[in-house]
Each structure stands twice: as structure tokens, then as C-alpha cells.
Ligand binder design. Structure first.
Ligand code: BGC
Length: 869
């Protein structure tokens, strides 16, 4: 992807794609020392940046008196933290980069970029939380209100910012234009600890004369149902916080903030709930309320609410967006006024229907992931989540039927109450997701494997809605820790999700117990447990995953104290290196239970080792040494207790072997023997995995890394039960929660625990990217990439691509008999290390012979490596 400014930069080096906190010209950030990063455009024969100069100024002229900070980077690093004078609320800064390549050529200054600080201090906020209390009923089914405020400007606005937050969901309009395209703003945090706000540049939307701010509120996570724990977990009615700050041409400043002068109206949202669905009565939308002019009747006072206590923080992740629009695959008549829609794809999202009906006609839209034997919606597995929308027509022409503040997990929808049928052209499905722009891709010669990969992508889209969740359909949709740990590597490869995980790690730290244990879900809610092996450990395992993707250590620094507290919990939770695994074990495994103590002890060793690595990287050598001792104690305990001298497990399970090998717990001398036993247990199961959440996450990599790559590939291509291919062959368009979600013999599994869109088992994608196509970061952030294609029998070609901070990395390989050709795209300023298969001969790089090379290093550009095997 080359941007206009990249194309422009002709024949000299240039810094392009300038970003602040990984966003382009952000406003309203609250990072005191923002990270500035750029991409490098070079001309051959230069291959790297040798140095970069940074200038930060108060205006884009960059005149000497405007410059507030000059920095320098020596070497190829393309990011630096702003280290100038401290920044105040609303400060705007412009910055640019001049780079020198390794041939000594210096670029012109880049085009300038900018950032702007948000409201950093609680005293910056004059706005109050306002809401509306339905005099009739203040229970959960009370209507969510419309809130409105008109004001006059007598001059042009030269600058205007709206800072917006809500307890619940908000959609704010300025003179009828909605701000942003985030569907569930401002996201779910523990509102008692922190509440996110968003910042918008609204100067272009204001006019001289009367202006109107109009907000729709929804109950969202604040007041709506959460999982099976009921509604009103944080508060009873949604509330709004808005602060509009306008600078006029003559220098005056006008502030319009939420306060009791706003007016409220019950509005068309009869009820709204993330799990239950939304009921709209379009007749109740007051006409023209978003535009200047006289208000009709029915407007009532607003009330000032006390906030729940959380600190206001700038939203840093991109939020929930419409990720895709789908046309229905089919619409069939299912009875009078009733149709059944099949999208051909299980999604998280909703329908958008264009229809006309007489005033007062109500249609009902129900949603389900699968159909039952009679061809009707199967809703038992949704548990208490009703996922039902209704819409009552205003009448008099075509209307858009689309819910705003809810989301459903579904492939099928039933629309009833219509006076006629529905044409496909009237229906669009909108899939929502927090996955951001998709930055990774994969394909290979086996269509079944491609279908599995597509299922993972759709699983991640649906699993990442506002936060990393377990599933998008039933009354759950929680930030389950083990699920996030399982799918984070694939999610980071495939979507622009680093900021989402960084934010969720803060939620996780917010939820940490005084003991240091992490709860099972974050934000913490209801009566879930804590400290469970494989679940709580996400607090240690996830920060390095994010660092591996971004190369930005701050995620490690920010989480460090929280991680340390968890290690203190682990220290207290073990006896002689043995940790009881807690509650879940290898969740949803088909094999006999892997002992909880085996799992607990394995994760104790792994988390301790991982933390020690982080501590060492951050120079905390004392912590590293202490925790290394804990890891050693756990490793010895594991060996004594669970392994025989020959490298077998005392009680053999696939997951037991997978964890032991993945976490380095098997002595080197018997490692291969243990891997061979793992392979044998898989063969005994007819070439099938019987692993649950924990084992499945690591087992394929373990096989490939211990001499059983062909078996790993067979498992991925397997299409009999249980396997990913079995699901795909039986019509799955997402990854199922359990291997036995549906079987020909038993039909649907226990509806109490049977989601058909559950990203956790989707870890197969990580293997496809890194072990099959062979594209992985060689160093955190992809300053070098590791290319290690491993063609197994039956797959002739594979490719993967990933957009890192440096640009596009791509690998494609093809086998033809004994000839293997590997194409590699390496972005400027980076290298690729290509590891050719062990049995390679006659290695050629870009047509030139490289004698006996096992690892070939190539710089930026397109390269072709050919080998005979
Ligand atoms: C969730 C999981 C989660 C598990 C914990 C389930 O209800 O959907 O994915 O990790 O509980 O055992």
C-alpha cells in the first residue's frame, strides 16, 4: 500500500506515513510522551535509514521560534517518544522527519503531521453527566432518551472540538451529522475506574446562527444486560457527557457543555439492549429535532447524574465499526408475512432492511446462528439472549429498519409481520467488529484449509466487538481471559488490533484482585473466578504478544507492575513449584481430563519464565533472577511429578504433552521421545486432536517444531470428526466453541454451552501463517522478518502477507516436484531471514547461486529464492 505522499517522493529518501500513537494526526490523546513513528522510503542502493531528525513545533511553519523540540534517532529505528516540554490539555503540535540513508543521502523534511492533546485534567471538564428519568417506569425496559441542546454562534468557528462520552452508548449529532462511525462508543470499561471519551473536530459542522447538538443514548454495557448477570450492573439509566469548545474568529471562546439546560425526549427507542435486541417505534421520532428550529412538545427536563467515579480517559482503540456488508444468500417465504433470510455467513452485527408498511405495522426480526431439523431458527444455544429487534413503521414511504445499539450473533434471520415478502435488494447485513482494517492474509492450494482460515477470520471479527470476547451471540460476550490468550496472536497478525489489546490489558489490570490474581473476565463482572491456570496467565502472556507485533516496549512497561503483582500471587499459589490449576483445566477437551495440577504447574513455569524475560528486557534483573528461580522450581516439580525418566507422561493426554513441550518442561534428552508419544496419541485417535482450549493453542506448533510437521499438516487438513475441516465440511462459516458442537450422530451438543462462533479454537491460523506459509517477526515489530516455508505433502503453494509498521511483508512459496520457489517482499529499512528447508540443495537467490546456505538474508525489495530438495 503506497500512499500519495510515498509516491510523490521521487528519487530521494523520505519519511512517509507519519503516525502518533499509531494513528494519523490524532486529536484528543492523553499520552504525555506520545510515540512518533514513520515509514522509510528509500532509493536503491540504500537499504536502511542511518539516522533521522525529528522536529516538533507549535505551528506548521517550523520557524525557529515555533520549534519546541528537536530529537534524533541514530540507526534504523523508525519511532521515538516525544521528549520535549510537557504538554498541556488541548496543545496541538506539528512534527516532521528528515532522514539520512546508509549512503549518506539526506532527505528533505517530510510533510508535516500533527497531534493534539485531549483533556488531561479532571478540572478541564465543565460538562456534567446528564440523563433522563422516565417518569412512567425507570426499570430496564425504560426508553432510552434523545437529548438536545440548541445554541447560537455569531461568528465563524475557526476551531471546534467536541469531547464526548456516555454511560451506555451514545451517538452525537452536530446539526444532523453524526460524529464518528463507532457503533458502541465509548466502549466497555469498569466505569467505576475509567470511562473513555472521544474527541472530534467539528469546526466544519458549525454555522453562524442557530446550531443543534442532538444525542441518542443507549443502555449498552452500563445499564443493559451483561451475560447472565442481569441489567444495571453499573447504573440504572444511561447518561451523556459532552463538552463542545469553539474558538471564534475574533478570539472568543464558547463552551457548550452537557448540563441541566439540555432537553430530553423519550424517543423511538422503546427498549434497547445488547443481548435482548432493540425495539424502535419510528412514530416516536420527533420530527426535525436534530436541526435548528422550534421544538415541538414533549420535551422534558434532563437530570444531572453523579458519575460512577471513573477517571475520564481518551479512547485509544479504533472502536466498533461496520467491518463488512453482506447481501443475503437467500430469502425464503416461511409463512404469511414471514421470511427466512440466510446470509451464508455467521456474523456479529445486524440487518438493515428497506421496507414500506402502513403506519403502526410492527415487524419482528429474530436471529440465530443455525437452523434446527425443521428448518426453523435454533435459539436454544443463545440461552437468555433474545436477539430480537422490532420496528414499528411511521408509514408514508420507504423506511430504513436498522437497530443502532445492539448486536447479534447470527447467520439466519426471520422477519415476520410483513404485509408482503422481502427482496434480496431490500436487505443488507452489517457485520460489526473491533478488528480494524485487515492487515494480514493467508491462502494456500488446499481449499478446505482456506475455508478454515476464512472461518477463523470471521470468528475473530465476531469475537472482537468492543473488547476481546468469547462469543457474540449468547448471554455471555465477556472478556474471557483464556480466549484472548488463545486468539491474540492470530488477531494481531490479521487485524489492526494492537491498540485494542493494549486497552484491554489496562481493563485487566483494573480488574486485578488485591491478591494479585487476575479474574476470569475483564472488565470484571458477576461471580466469575480468578487466578485460574491458562486464564489468569493472560496478564503475563499477552503483553509480550503485543510487543512482538508492534516492537513498542511500552506495553511491557505499562503492565509491568500489574504483572509483578500476579507473580506474587503465583508465588503464594504454589507449594514446592506445584500450582493447583483451578477451575477450568483444558476446557472442552474430548480426551480424558488432563490433571489440573499438571496444567497449573505448566502455566506456573511458563508464566514465570515469560515474566523473567520481560523483566530482563526492561533491566529489572533482580525480579528476573527471583522469578527465574520460581520457574526452575516449577519445572523440576513438573518433571518429578508428571514425567517419567523416559519422557512419557505418567497420565498421557495430548494436551499434557503439548503443554510440556511448548513450555520447555521436558528435559532435552527425552524431548523427542515425548514428542513421539504425543504423535502416537494423535495416531491412536485416528489422526485427530482431542485437545481443549489450552492444548489446541499450542499443539500444532509443538508438532511442527519437534519433527512432526507432516502430522500437524494432516491435522489441519483432516475433515473427519473431530477437526476444523469437519466443521467446515458441515457448513461452518466460523469456528465452533466445541469440536462436537454438532455431529451427525448426536445433533447439537448441550445448548447450555454451544456457540457456533467462538474464536478460541481458531488458533490454527497462527500455525498457517507462521509454520505453513512461514511468515513471522524475526524481531519484535518486524524490523526483521523470519521466512520459513515448510511445504508438507499435498500442499503445492501457500502465501501470507502482513502489514507491519514498516510496510508490507509477504511470502509466497510453490513446490513443483523437487523444486521450491519462495518469493519474499521485504519493506524498506528491514531485512528478511529466509530459512530454507533442511534438505535443500542448489540454493539460488534472485538467480544467483548461494553455496550451502541454510539461512539467506535479503534486504528490502522483491526476492526469489529457489532450492532443489
Ligand atoms: C466461555 C469461554 C470461557 C469459559 C471458561 C465459557 O462460558 O464462553 O469461552 O473461557 O466459559 O471456562
Amino acid at each position: 500500500m503506497i500512499t500519495a505522499s510515498e509516491a510523490r517522493s521521487g528519487t530521494e529518501p523520505a519519511a512517509v506515513g507519519l503516525r502518533v500513537e499509531r494513528r494519523t494526526d490524532p486529536i484528543g490523546i492523553d499520552e504525555p510522551r506520545p510515540r512518533l513513528s514513520w515509514r522509510v522510503h528509500l532509493e536503491k542502493p540504500a537499504i536502511r535509514q542511518a539516522a533521522a531528525a525529528v522536529q516538533v513545533a507549535t505551528d506548521p511553519s517550523f520557524r525557529r521560534d515555533a520549534i519546541t523540540w528537536s530529537g534524533a534517532v541514530i540507526g534504523p529505528e523508525t519511532a521515538t517518544a516525544y521528549d520535549g516540554p510537557s504538554l498541556a490539555s488541548r496543545d496541538q503540535r506539528f512534527w516532521r522527519i528528515q532522514l539520512t540513508d546508509d549512503r549518506g543521502r539526506t532527505s528533505r523534511w517530510s510533510e508535516s503531521a500533527s497531534w493534539e492533546m485531549g483533556l488531561l485534567d479532571p478540572s478541564d471538564w465543565v460538562a456534567r453527566w446528564i440523563g433522563w428519568i422516565d417518569p412512567a417506569r425507570a426499570s430496564w425496559s425504560a426508553r432510552s432518551p434523545l437529548l438536545r441542546r440548541a445554541f447560537r454562534l455569531d461568528q465563524t468557528a475557526v476551531r471546534a472540538r467536541a469531547y464526548v462520552s456516555a454511560l451506555g452508548f451514545v451517538e452525537l449529532h452536530v446539526n444532523g451529522t453524526p460524529l464518528g462511525d463507532d457503533r458502541m462508543a465509548p466502549g466497555w470499561t469498569d466505569y467505576r475506574q475509567r470511562i473513555q471519551y472521544q474527541s472530534f473536530d467539528v469546526a466544519n459542522l458549525l454555522r453562524i446562527g442557530e446550531n443543534v447538538l442532538g444525542a441518542r443514548l443507549g443502555r449498552g454495557w452500563f445499564a443493559g444486560e451483561i451475560a447472565a448477570f442481569g441489567a444495571e450492573q453499573y447504573g440504572d439509566v444511561p447518561a451523556l457527557l459532552v463538552q463542545l469548545e469553539v474558538a471564534l474568529a475574533d478570539g472568543r471562546r464558547v463552551v457548550v457543555a452537557s448540563d441541566p439546560s439540555w432537553r430530553a425526549h423519550p424517543g423511538p427507542l422503546v427498549s434497547d439492549d445488547l443481548l435482548m435486541g432493540e425495539s424502535i417505534d419510528a412514530r416516536d421520532e420527533p420530527s426535525g429535532w436534530l436541526e435548528p428550529g422550534d421544538l415541538g412538545g414533549g420535551w422534558q427536563p434532563t437530570v444531572v447524574r453523579a458519575g460512577p467515579g471513573g477517571r475520564l480517559v481518551a479512547q485509544r482503540d479504533p472502536g466498533v465499526r461496520i467491518a463488512a456488508e453482506l447481501e443475503p444468500r437467500s430469502i425464503t417465504a416461511a409463512g404469511p408475512g414471514r421470511v427466512l433470510i440466510d446470509l451464508g455467513q455467521n456474523i456479529a452485527g445486524h440487518l438493515r432492511v428497506r421496507a414500506s408498511e402502513p403506519a403502526g405495522t410492527t415487524i419482528t426480526v429474530r436471529h440465530a446462528e443455525v437452523l434446527d431439523d425443521a428448518g426453523e431458527l435454533y435459539v436454544a444455544n443463545l440461552r437468555s439472549a433474545r436477539q430480537t429487534d422490532t420496528y414499528t413503521f411511521r408509514g408514508g414511504g420507504e423506511e430504513i429498519v436498522e437497530p443502532r445499539f445492539t448486536s447479534h450473533g447470527f447467520r439466519y434471520a426471520e422477519v415476520s409481520g410483513l404485509s408482503g415478502g422481502l427482496e434480496p435488494s431490500q436487505v443488507t447485513a452489517r457485520a460489526v467488529s473491533s478488528m480494524g482494517p485487515e492487515i494480514g492474509s493467508f491462502a494456500c492450494s488446499d481449499e478446505l484449509v482456506n475455508a478454515i482460515h476464512r472461518n477463523v477470520v470471521w470468528g475473530l471479527r465476531g469475537g472482537l466487538v468492543g473488547l476481546p470476547t468469547d462469543c457474540p451471540q449468547r448471554d455471555e460476550r465477556l472478556g474471557w481471559t483464556a480466549d484472548a490468550a488463545a486468539f491474540a496472536p492470530s488477531a494481531l497478525f490479521l487485524g489492526d488490533t494492537a491498540a485494542l489489546f493494549e486497552r484491554w490489558l489496562v481493563d485487566l489490570a483494573d480488574a486485578q484482585l488485591p491478591s494479585g490474581a487476575y479474574p476470569d473476565v475483564a472488565p470484571q463482572i458477576g461471580v466469575t473466578g480468578s487466578g485460574n491456570a491458562g486464564w489468569a496467565d493472560v496478564g503475563i502472556l499477552l503483553p509480550p504478544m503485543v510487543y512482538r507485533e508492534t516492537g513498542d516496549r511500552r506495553v511491557l512497561e505499562r503492565q509491568y507492575e500489574s504483572m509483578r503483582r500476579f507473580l506474587a500471587f503465583l508465588e503464594a499459589d504454589q507449594v514446592g513449584g506445584v500450582r493447583h490449576g483451578g477451575r477450568y483445566g483444558d476446557w472442552l477437551a474430548l480426551e480424558g481430563a488432563t490433571s489440573l495440577e499438571l496444567i497449573g504447574t505448566a502455566y506456573l513455569a511458563h508464566s514465570a519464565r515469560t515474566f523473567a524475560g520481560v523483566a530482563r528486557l526492561l533491566g529489572r534483573t533482580g525480579d528476573a533472577a527471583r522469578v527465574d528461580r520460581l520457574a526452575t522450581r516449577a519445572t523440576s516439580a513438573f518433571r518429578r511429578r508428571f514425567l517419567t525418566a523416559a519422557g512419557s507422561l505418567v497420565h498421557e493426554t495430548q494436551t499434557g504433552y503439548a503443554l510440556a513441550l511448548a513450555f520447555g518442561l521436558v528435559p532435552r534428552a527425552v524431548r523427542q521421545a515425548a514428542a513421539d508419544r504425543l504423535a502416537a496419541t494423535i495416531e491412536t485417535a485416528g489422526g485427530h486432536l482431542l485437545t481443549g482450549f489450552l492444548g489446541t493453542t499450542v499443539v500444532l506448533d509443538v508438532l511442527s517444531d519437534h519433527g512432526h510437521h507432516e502430522l500437524a499438516a494432516r491435522l489441519v487438513r483432516q475433515d473427519t470428526y473431530p477437526s476444523w475441516g469437519f466443521q467446515a465440511r458441515h457448513g461452518a462459516t466460523t469456528i465452533w466453541e466445541r469440536w462436537d458442537g454438532w455431529t451427525p450422530e448426536h445433533g447439537f451438543a448441550d445448548p447450555g454451552m454451544n456457540s457456533f462462533n467462538h474464536a478460541a479454537f481458531g488458533t490454527v491460523a497462527g500455525w498457517l501463517h507462521e509454520r505453513l506459509a512461514g511468515l513471522a517477526p524475526g524481531t519484535p515489530g518486524y524490523a526483521t522478518m523470519l521466512v520459513r516455508p515448510r511445504p508438507p505433502a499435498g500442499i503445492d503453494w501457500a502465501r501470507a502477507a502482513h502489514e507491519s509498521a514498516h510496510g508490507r511483508h509477504a511470502v509466497e512459496w510453490r513446490v513443483d516436484g523437487r523444486h521450491l520457489e519462495i518469493s519474499v517482499d521485504v519493506p524498506p529499512n528491514t531485512f528478511a531471514q529466509v530459512a530454507v528447508p533442511d534438505d535443500s540443495r542448489n540454493v539460488r537467490v534472485d538467480g544467483r547461486r548461494r553455496p550451502a546456505a541454510r539461512r539467506v538474508v535479503v534486504g528490502w525489495g522483491h526476492h526469489v529464492v529457489e532450492v532443489e530438495r
